[in-house]
Design a protein around this ligand. Structure first.
Ligand SMILES: [Ca+2]
Ligand SMILES: [Ca+2]
Length: 89
C-alpha cells in the first residue's frame, strides 16, 4: 500500500490526470479519475467534494496527495479521503 501512496504523491499520477495542465483537477478530470477507479457516477460527486479540501471547486496536487494519504493510512472510514475510490464493498 505504501508504494501506491508514494506513486500518487510523486506527482506522476497527477500529471496524467491533469489533462489540460492547469495544475488542478477540475470536475471533468476528477470524474475521469473516478470512472477509471470504478466509482459509480452517483458516488463521484461525493468523492470530488471529499478531494476538494478547501472547497474552491478544483483539486490541487496537495489536496489529492492528502486524500490519497488519508485513504491509505487513515483509520476513519467516514473521512473524505477514505471515499476517494468510492465504496470498497
Ligand atoms: Ca486540470
Ligand atoms: Ca481545492
Amino acid at each position: 500500500m505504501a508504494e501506491s501512496a508514494e506513486y500518487f504523491n510523486s506527482g506522476l499520477h497527477f500529471e496524467l490526470l491533469d489533462r489540460n495542465k492547469d495544475g488542478y483537477l477540475d470536475t471533468a478530470e476528477v470524474t475521469r479519475l473516478g470512472v477509471a477507479m470504478g466509482v459509480s457516477l452517483q458516488e463521484i460527486g461525493a468523492v470530488a467534494a471529499g478531494l476538494d479540501g478547501d472547497g474552491d471547486g478544483k483539486v490541487s496536487r496537495e489536496e489529492l496527495g492528502a486524500a490519497v494519504h488519508e485513504f491509505f493510512y487513515g483509520d476513519d472510514p467516514e473521512a473524505p479521503g477514505a471515499r476517494i475510490f468510492g465504496k470498497l464493498d
